[in-house]
Write a new protein. Structure first.
Length: 154
């Protein structure tokens, strides 16, 4: 059996990257990563088998959604996102802006498959849909992202 420490070492980096893509805030992503592993540790008895990675990303998604719901009470103007300029930063900001405009399911699908490297089946489990529906969702997400990106960069 895998220890909690080895499980953390194996998955922490990919969970952090996933949450960083969602939050675009390194410190918040670190906090949410810790919250994810705390919740996972407390929920071990509820693990019913299958992919531990999918189970963990499902928890990470839940932690992110819970945080977002709690945070909605804070006005957007109260959040200071001062970021230095430059071509790489501008490109990242464009990508983030396009991802933000995608429906939540499409954004999650792109991040889970294209960034976290999940299979369709793993992503389907995290999002709560069938593998066939996951393929369709990811196809629409990639199409919508590509279209928006091309419109922004004629």
């Amino acid at each position: 059996m895998q220890t909690i420490e080895s499980f953390y070492r194996e998955h922490a980096r990919s969970v952090f990257a996933f949450l960083l893509s969602l939050t675009r805030d390194r410190m918040l992503a670190e906090d949410l990563t810790q919250d994810t592993f705390i919740k996972a540790t407390r929920s071990l008895s509820g693990f019913r088998g299958g992919s531990p990675r999918s189970w963990l990303f499902t928890i990470a998604r839940s932690v992110f959604i819970d945080h977002t719901r709690k945070r909605r009470a804070v006005p957007a103007e109260a959040v200071d996102r001062a970021v230095p300029g430059g071509p790489d930063v501008e490109e990242r900001e464009l990508i983030d802006a396009i991802l933000t405009r995608l429906p939540e399911g499409q954004r999650m699908a792109l991040l889970l498959v294209d960034q976290a490297g999940m299979t369709y089946a793993e992503m389907a489990g995290v999002v709560g849909i069938s593998p066939d529906a996951a393929k369709g969702l990811l196809h629409r997400a990639r199409h919508n992202f590509r279209t928006a990106y091309q419109e922004a960069n004629p």
